[in-house]
Design a protein around this ligand. Sequence first.
Ligand code: SF4
Ligand code: SF4
Length: 123
Amino acid sequence: MFRVCPEGTFRKRRDGVVIHDPRQCAGCGTCVRACPFGAIKYSLRTGKVDKCNFCADRLDVNLKPVCIEACPTGALRHLSVFEEHPPSALRTVPGFGKIILTRPSTRFLISGNLRQDGGDVKS
Ligand code: SF4
Ligand code: SF4
């Protein structure tokens, strides 16, 4: 996204959060087509794109992102990029977009035998 946006609307914080500034967005849609994770959405209402900002304003005051607090099964966790991750933290799972270009900070904590190379889930 950083390289494809002609307006330079994306920046990555030191904590790994990617921020998009809609004020500079021209709505060309290039980033929507480039993102392998489908994370960026075009709004017909605003004529611009938007994306999750990991509730960066909440992180700045030591609050968790809203979805982490709201999830009734505790499926989401916030892992710091500055701390060592658990050995079970996988960089990708089957169905996730290609990580080779963007190197996302997302990690998957799974309990089953899910292959990291995108293979089948074993029972
Ligand atoms: S839609 Fe906006 S953010 Fe995306 S590439 Fe175009 S100008 Fe940049
Ligand atoms: S609630 Fe979750 S999905 Fe929504 S902006 Fe915050 S971190 Fe992103």
